[in-house]
Design a binder for this molecule. Sequence first.
Ligand code: XIL
Length: 904
Amino acid sequence: MLLSHASSIRSIVGAQAVFSKHLVRTRMVQHMRNDAQVTRHRAGSVLSLFSRQALFKGWRLLAVVSLALLLGLVQPAAKSAHASDSYYGTLQQQLQSTYGLSNAGTFPIADTESGVLAQAHAVFLNSAQGTTPQTVNVSGQPFTQALQLSVPTLPRKDWYLLERFTNTAAISQNDVVHLVLWVRSIQTQTNQGLIQVKLSSGGTAWGSRSILINSTWTRYDLPMQASNAAAVGNAYLEFFYSYQIQTFQIGGIALLDYGQDASNLGKLPQTPIQLGYPGEDPNAAWRSSANQRIDQYRKANLTVVVKDQQGNVVPNANVAVHMTKQAFQFSTAASDYLGYVNPNATYQDKILNTAGPGTGTGFNMLEEENDLKWQGYENTTTRANVANFIKWAHDHGLAYRGHNLVWPCNLPSDVNQGYQANGLNWLLSTIRNHVTDEASYYGTSINEWDVINEPTQNDCLEYAMQSQGQDYVAEYANWFQLARNALGTGVPLYINDEGVTINSGANMTMHSFYRNLVQSLLKKGAPLDGVGFESHFDSPQTQLTDPTDVYAALNDFASLSPNLQLKVTEFDIKLDTITDPAVRAKLEADYTRDYMTAVFSQPQVTGFQIWDFWDGDSWINYAPIFNQDWSVKSAGQAYMDLVYHQWWTDTSGTSDTNGSYTTRGFKGNYNIVVTANGQSQTATAVLNSDQTVTVTLGGANPMPTPTPNPTPNPTPTPVTGGLPSPWQTQDIGTVGKTGSASYNNGSFTLAGSGTDISNSADAFRFVYQPLTGDGSVIARVNSIDNTDPWAKAGVMMRESLDPGSANALIAITPGNGGTFQRRTSTGGNTVFTQATGAAVPYWVKLTRQGNTITGSISPDGSYWSQIGSDTVTMGATIYVGLAVTSHNNSSLCTGTFDQVSITH
Ligand code: XIL
């Protein structure tokens, strides 16, 4: 969406030059943003400009001035006389008198409609197909002619078709310039048309603006300051319009130069971004369907059955259900500098306790803003710092997102130099090595990666490969495969880009290219798990999008595959073209709430990420949540109300006659506290689908309740090997040494021999109990002896106690990380998926749902990475528990476990 001249000269200078493009873009963005800081007047006043009275006064004054000029009484002095053309003269006079400008200004393009139109030329870049612009007559407006522009087909980029006007008078550096234009759409592809207007000289933008177009003529006023001097022919007023198949008209184009008096800048009117958005109404229809989907996809029934030691249900127990973490990922970009290297205590605390100290309501995922990019990775100190920051995040229960492995057009300078010296094949092999290298360095400590960032606008590599007849999609697919090889299936791999959900969803050029790219990658079999949608709602570049269209755009990508994860990334909201603080604060809050609601309601979306959360460390000096002094912004309040209130479950109730209490909660992790008869028992649950958790009130009962109808005591289960009921233990298969198992205060110690749990038969020590139907087993593996790098300690589900039984195991090894293994049929072979990087202490989990068994690991028991999932068909009742093999039949390997839990 943002524009760069470097790109437009690409075809002339060839591929070597293209790498500077992103830098130009970044600089321009910064520059435009600086322009936008200036305080401006409200648009409301603009509307009065052409009131009849003002118009009459204007004409009168114009007549007097023209007469005086005719009589030679007044010398036409620069910046003081008014144009003789009715539209331009009136406009000039009105602007000066309405806003108290210090001079009348001059017209550096022209001061007549025909004069301005004579300076227009159509530019179709890179052979993009355009339609010859036409001049059309206009009636009922202050101007009489307009230029009609059309996009017949979507080109590769949204800035390939443009209309350029050049200056006929020089403009000095720092001159205050003001642009007025009128625009209306004739035909659009989406709800609204879209153009971008930009004023620049020599590649330096003075200002730019995205404009949504409707079918009625609308005037825009855009003041700015010339960042550099522009000799005649060097200032470009450009309208970029190949955003969608559309036809529109622009007329009344006036560029005024008010010279060096900077006070005029603050006086001139500026049209804010489109105020409000369709769907803003509190009763808008989309809200109820979004909320219905949120209930359907984001919540599940949690049933707690309370029992006593004898297995009798306990009615009337108080059951409190406290959410500790949402399953949906709420994340923010953060800086390792403030978060870890030289930590800012408040910054850290706000990551963990966003809604207030000690509330435990924080982000559940973090993303390093810059230091995982290739440039950051090249610096070995930064690399180590980031690794520590990741550890800090995991230690506090947060997942970590990697951004990014390859950002085309934004490669480190030494890589660009190498490319220039050694050519494309060198570059591609360097990129491939980098993908493997960085992915392997962080291993599964990074829970999700952006493999490719912003390929839609950043087409440098695409172009370079195409110019040499290479298939760039196949090469992109390669990078995904290399990342997958390095990381296994437990780390979802994403592509990330902008332009789809912003700007009223009107940028069909980016939408279509991005969607086609994702589709082509999937067709080529790229292990692409997810698609990111950058959401920088920072004006003047970005306009708001109707929540209905946000949802539709996400659905359009979701329709590519039901397994495709979607993630809304890089959200910020900075509506600084709105000068009334109350209007701005309300719109920022309303839109944050509505955008998040639309996003949360789309079932394939896995998370919502903010691009910086505090003004003290924000790339656009304006983060959505906290002001510099840590007070909460309006958008921050909207965010917290949703995330920690509307979409958070904290509730309680009483068990019924069946000892059962059911609530519908948001998916996530829970602490459950059950109280009855003076006893209290806590339990945890992970709610991902409807689930029943049985909580047994334990320990001595200080106030024994009389049992009116005593039930016979159940047959006591014999305690085997010192293990609490219902655990049992034995060696499985042929073991060189007899194993053992013991239990002490929540910890299990297993000693196991055996050649391995692998191939077609197993040999190990097993601690187990029966499980019927669906369920899960979780444990923390605290230690394992290094009898072999492939010794294993983990949790297992198996059909029988025979060595060749079908089974699934997720284990931690001394030297090879985590492993998710399964033998899908009796006596069959064992396959495994490795999760490099995991080392004790580490959590392991197996879940059985129908015939699907899923293995996950976690550094903290809170954030889980799925390593794999497979169909292992077994009988209804299986054995579930802990397993240790020494992978060395002449010795015993000791493995210790705690936090063991089984969900039925
Ligand atoms: C930005 C960072 O926030 C800045 O600090 C840095 O100078 C440039 O990059 N899209 C992306 C992000 O994918 O990586 C960019 O981050 C913002 C735009």
